[in-house]
Design a protein around this ligand. Structure first.
Ligand code: URP
Ligand code: ZN
Ligand code: ZN
Ligand code: ZN
Length: 494
C-alpha cells in the first residue's frame, strides 16, 4: 500500500507574488523547501503537519537585505555598531527579512581579508536568527588583499565593498583599479560607496571655519557633487576595466540619471537605494537640540522633492536593489559609538564626529509596502529577488520555485489597518528609530525561514531561535557579467 506523502506546512488562501504572476495560489513546504505552488484549492486531500491560513493576505518570498552593518568597529564612532548578529538578525526576521548580507571589515592593523572573514564568522556563527552571508569590506587594497580574492570565492564570498570617501577607509583611484581588475578576474561583484572623500573633507573644513557645527551641516558637508562626481568616476573606471559594479545607497535623482545613461550604453552598472532616501529629508537633521544626529548618514537624506526620482529609479530598474544600510548607533548611551556626541575623545556637538548610519533592517519592508508606491512584483524584485540574483543566491533565495527555493516566506495581513510606528515595537538594540511617528498600514504577520515560522506577530512575536540562521555560500552573480567575460583584461590592448 502506498503511504501518502506528508508535507511540513501548507500556506493556504494567499495572494501569492510569483515572478511571472500574482494570484490565488496555495503553497506546500517540505524539508525546508518550497515543494508545490498550485492554484487555490489544489492541495485538497493532501496531508500536512501544519497549516497557515493567509486569509487573502499577500504571500511573498522572504525579504533579502543585502546591506547591513552588524558588530562592526567604526573608527569615526569610537565604538562598534549597536547591533550584534543576535539582535540585528532578530530585528530582521521581525520585519519580514529572512536573509541578510553584512560585512567582513578589513582592519587597519590586519591587511588580510581572509582574517577579517574568519573574525566575522566567529561573531556571526551560531548567533543568527536569519540566514546570512558577508560582503568582504576592503579599506586597504594592498597585494595581500588582492591575492586573496580566489580564496574568498572558495569560501563562498562573491562580493566586496569599497569606499571612495572617508579618510582611513577610502581607496584611491590606483587601488580602485587594482580591485576592479581582481574582481573581474575572479567574477566578484563590487559594491561602491560613491562619494568624493576630498570634497567632503574640504567642505567640512569650510563649515568648521565658519563655526557651523550642528548636525544639519552634515548635509552641506556632503554636497550633491560629491556623490555625482564619484558615481561618474566609478562608472568610468569600471567601464575601463570592463567589470560590473553596484553603486550603493544612491540618494539623488541626478545619480540615478547617470546610472540610467550608463545602462543605456549597455554597461553593467547596477545600483541600490535605501529607505533614508525615500522617507527622510534634510529637515530630519534640523531638529531641536542634537536630535538631528539620529538621521545623520552618508550620503545624507536630501530634499523631499528628490524622493520621486528615487521611486522612479526603482520602478524603471535603474536602481536594482532596495536595502536598508542598517548601521545602528545608539543615541543616548555611555558605551561609545553613540550619536549624541558626548564623549571625551570627540569635542561636543560637531557634526563631523557623529557616527554615520541609521538603523532600518526591521522597518525597511513595512515602510515601502505601506507606501503602496511600487507594484507588488516590483516590490518583491527590489526587496528580495534582485538581491538574490545580484549576489549569487538565486533561485535558492528570493523566489518561490518548487524544488529549488528555500521555503522563506513573508505573509502580510489581508487588510490595512493604520498604526503609528514607534521604537518600542522594534527588536534592534537601538534607542530610537528615524521613522518614529510615521503612519504605516502594513507589517509582516508571519515570517517563515526554511519552513519554520520565526515571526508570528499575533502569537509570540519572535518565535525563531538564535542559531537557526545558516551561513550562505554564494556563487557568481546572475545579473552582473563583464561585457566581454571571455577576454582577459590586458594592458597591451590599450
Ligand atoms: O552612513 C552610512 N551609510 N553608514 C554606513 C556605512 C556605509 O557607508 O555604508
Ligand atoms: Zn591618497
Ligand atoms: Zn557606504
Ligand atoms: Zn553601509
Amino acid at each position: 500500500m502506498l503511504v501518502a506523502m506528508e508535507f511540513d506546512l501548507f500556506i493556504l488562501n494567499g495572494v501569492v507574488v510569483l515572478e511571472n504572476e500574482v494570484g490565488e495560489f496555495d503553497i506546500a513546504i517540505k524539508d525546508e523547501k518550497i515543494a508545490k505552488v498550485v492554484p487555490r484549492g489544489g492541495l485538497e486531500g493532501m496531508v500536512t503537519k501544519k497549516t497557515i491560513d493567509a486569509q487573502n493576505g499577500c504571500v511573498m518570498p522572504g525579504g533579502i537585505d543585502s546591506h547591513v552593518h552588524l558588530n562592526e568597529p567604526f573608527i569615526m564612532a569610537g565604538g562598534r555598531c549597536a547591533d550584534d548578529y543576535e539582535s540585528g538578525t532578530r530585528s530582521a526576521i521581525a520585519g519580514g527579512t529572512t536573509t541578510i548580507i553584512s560585512f567582513a571589515p578589513q582592519s587597519k592593523n590586519e591587511p588580510s581579508l581572509l582574517a577579517a572573514l574568519k573574525e566575522t564568522h566567529e561573531l556571526a556563527d551560531s548567533n543568527c536568527y536569519s540566514d546570512y552571508s558577508f560582503h568582504a569590506l576592503c579599506t586597504s587594497a594592498g597585494p595581500l588583499a588582492i591575492s586573496e580574492f580566489p580564496a574568498l570565492r572558495a569560501a563562498g564570498i562573491s562580493s566586496l565593498k569599497f569606499f571612495m570617501a572617508f579618510e582611513d577607509l577610502q581607496l584611491h583611484d590606483d587601488e580602485i583599479l587594482d580591485v576592479l581588475l581582481a574582481a573581474r578576474r575572479n567574477q566578484m561583484t563590487l559594491l561602491v560607496h560613491a562619494e568624493n572623500g576630498q570634497v567632503i573633507s574640504w567642505m567640512t573644513k569650510q563649515l568648521e571655519k565658519e563655526g557651523l557645527f550642528d548636525p544639519k551641516w552634515h548635509i552641506s558637508s556632503h554636497p550633491p557633487v560629491a556623490e555625482t562626481e564619484a558615481a561618474s568616476r566609478a562608472i568610468a573606471l569600471a567601464g575601463f576595466i570592463d567589470v560590473p559594479i553596484l553603486i550603493v545607497h544612491v540618494s539623488q535623482p541626478a545619480v540615478a540619471e547617470t546610472i540610467r545613461a550608463a545602462k543605456k550604453l549597455g554597461l553593467p552598472i547596477f545600483a541600490e537605494t535605501c529607505p533614508q532616501y525615500l522617507f527622510l529629508t534634510r529637515d530630519d537633521l534640523d531638529k531641536p537640540g542634537f536630535e538631528g544626529a539620529k538621521c545623520v548618514c552618508s550620503p545624507p537624506p536630501r530634499n523631499a522633492s528628490d524622493h520621486e526620482g528615487i521611486w522612479r529609479g526603482l520602478e524603471d530598474g535603474t536602481l536594482t536593489v532596495f536595502s536598508s544600510d542598517h548601521c545602528p548607533f545608539v543615541y543616548e548611551d555611555e558605551n561609545g559609538g553613540k550619536k549624541s556626541s558626548i564623549s571625551k575623545e570627540y569635542p561636543n556637538g560637531r557634526f563631523q564626529y557623529i557616527p554615520n548610519g541609521c538603523p532600518g533592517v526591521e522597518t525597511r519592508l513595512a515602510l515601502a509596502f505601506s507606501a503602496k508606491r511600487l507594484k507588488l512584483q516590483k516590490f518583491v524584485e527590489v526587496s528580495a529577488t534582485y538581491a538574490a540574483k545580484m549576489y549569487g543566491l538565486y533561485p535558492q533565495k528570493g523566489a518561490l520555485i518548487p524544488g529549488k527555493s528555500d521555503a522563506d516566506v513573508t505573509i502580510w495581513y489581508p487588510e490595512d489597518e493604520s498604526f503609528t510606528l514607534s521604537n518600542k515595537m522594534l527588536h534592534h538594540n537601538v534607542d530610537y528609530t528615524p521613522y518614529e511617528g510615521q503612519t504605516l498600514n502594513q507589517w509582516p504577520r508571519y515570517t517563515i525561514l526554511r519552513g519554520k515560522v520565526v515571526w508570528d506577530r499575533d502569537a509570540g512575536g519572535v518565535v525563531g531561535n538564535k542559531g537557526y540562521g545558516k551561513f550562505l555560500e554564494r556563487g557568481v552573480s546572475s545579473l552582473a557579467a563583464p561585457l566581454r567575460p571571455e577576454h582577459d583584461w590586458n594592458a597591451r590592448d590599450f
